[in-house]
Design a protein around this ligand. Structure first.
Ligand code: SF4
Ligand code: SF4
Length: 309
C-alpha cells in the first residue's frame, strides 16, 4: 500500500511537470555531514553556514516522530518581473525564479496529501538541506556554480521538502553528480563579477556572492563593483551564462507586477505605500515582506549598475 502510494505521488507530481523523490534519513545524515565537513575545512564561510545551512532538522520533528523519509519536490518556475516607472521611463527589475512562491507548498500538498492520507501516512514540512538531498536523489546535477541543473529546465526550479511516514526505497539515493558539460565550459566562472568560483575549488565562495550580500542587511561592501547587480534580489549572472539553462527571456514569467510612478518611487526609497497592493506584491515576490528598505537598497544599486555598464 505504502509502496503504491510513493509511486502514485510521483506520478501525480510529475504530471504537473514537477520532479519528486523520496530520500531516507541516511541520505539526510550524509548531506548534513558533508556540509559540516565543508564548514570545518573552511570551504564554506562561517557566516554563510550560519545564515543558510545551520538550523536544519536532523531528525523527524515531534509533530511527526515516526517520519521515515523526506519527500523532495523540484518545481519549474519562471522569474517575477517588477515593472517600475521612473522619471526617465520604464525600469524593469527581475526577481529570479525560486523566490516568492509560498503557494507552491499548499499546491503540492493538495496533490500528494490525499494520497498519503489514503496510505495512512502523515506528512509535515521539513527544513533540510534541499540542494544536497535533491542531488543525492537524482533530481539534479551540480553545475560548476554549485547550483543544480535538471534536464530541460537548467537551474530554473525550486526545491521544497516534507517529512513523510512512507519508507524510502533502499538505494534510491547516491552520491551527488557533477554536470558533465562543466568539464569543458567555464562560462559561469567568467560571468561572475565577484570571483566566487575559485580555480581548483569546486565549492563557490558564497560569502562574496551578490545573492548573499543583497539578501542580507546592511550596506554593500566597498569591494563590490557597482556593475555587479543584475536583479532586484539574488543574482542571475552565472545561471544566465550557462548553456545548460534556457534563456531567461524564453521562460514564462511567474508574475509581472506593474507599479506606477508613485509606487515605484516609494520602493526605490525603501518604503512601503500602505495603500498599494502592488508594493506589497513586489515585496512578497522578493521575499522581503518586512524589509522594504532592503528591496529599496537593491533597486537603487541595480539602477546604478545599469548606469555603470
Ligand atoms: S550568483 Fe552572481 S555573484 Fe553569485 S556566484 Fe553566481 S554570478 Fe557570482
Ligand atoms: S556555465 Fe558551464 S561550467 Fe558553469 S554550470 Fe553551466 S555548463 Fe557548467
Amino acid at each position: 500500500m505504502r509502496k503504491a502510494a510513493e509511486a502514485s505521488i510521483k506520478v501525480a507530481l510529475e504530471a504537473r511537470g514537477w520532479g519528486a523523490a523520496l530520500c531516507s534519513l541516511d541520505a539526510l545524515a550524509d548531506a548534513l555531514a558533508e556540509l559540516e565537513g565543508l564548514r570545518d575545512e573552511g570551504r564554506i564561510a562561517a557566516e554563510v553556514y550560519r545564515r543558510y545551512l545551520g538550523g536544519f532538522d536532523r531528525a523527524p520533528p515531534e509533530r511527526l516522530p515516526k517520519a521515515s523519509s523526506l519527500l523532495i519536490l523540484a518545481a519549474p518556475l519562471g522569474p517575477s518581473i517588477l515593472a517600475l516607472q521612473t522619471e526617465a521611463g520604464p525600469f524593469e527589475a527581475i526577481i529570479p525564479p525560486t523566490y516568492g512562491i509560498p503557494e507552491l507548498r499548499s499546491e503540492a500538498e493538495a496533490v500528494f496529501g490525499p494520497l498519503l492520507a489514503a496510505a495512512g501516512a502523515g506528512f509535515t514540512r521539513a527544513r533540510v538541506p534541499l540542494k544536497a538531498l535533491a542531488a543525492r536523489a537524482g533530481l539534479g546535477r551540480y553545475g560548476r556554480d554549485n547550483i543544480l541543473r535538471r534536464e530541460g529546465l537548467g537551474s530554473y526550479f525550486r526545491l521544497e521538502s516534507w517529512w513523510t511516514e512512507l519508507e524510502a526505497e533502499e538505494g534510491s539515493w547516491g552520491p551527488p553528480e557533477p554536470l558533465e558539460s562543466c568539464a569543458s565550459c567555464g562560462a559561469c566562472a567568467a560571468a561572475c563579477p565577484n570571483g566566487c568560483l575559485r580555480p581548483g575549488n569546486f565549492v563557490v565562495d558564497a560569502s562574496r556572492c551578490t545573492t548573499f550580500l543583497n539578501e542580507g542587511d546592511g550596506a554593500f561592501p566597498g569591494w563590490l563593483g557597482a556593475g555587479a547587480h543584475d536583479a532586484a534580489v539574488g543574482c542571475l549572472r552565472c545561471q544566465g551564462a550557462c548553456p545548460e539553462n534556457p534563456r531567461l527571456t524564453e521562460l514564462a514569467p511567474l508574475r509581472r507586477i506593474e507599479l506606477d510612478l508613485r509606487e515605484s518611487e516609494s520602493l526605490f526609497e525603501g518604503r512601503l505605500l500602505p495603500d498599494s497592493a502592488a508594493c506589497r506584491a513586489a515585496l512578497a515576490a522578493a521575499e522581503m515582506d518586512d524589509s522594504p528598505e532592503l528591496l529599496g537598497r537593491n533597486l537603487r544599486a541595480l539602477r546604478l549598475a545599469r548606469g555603470a555598464r
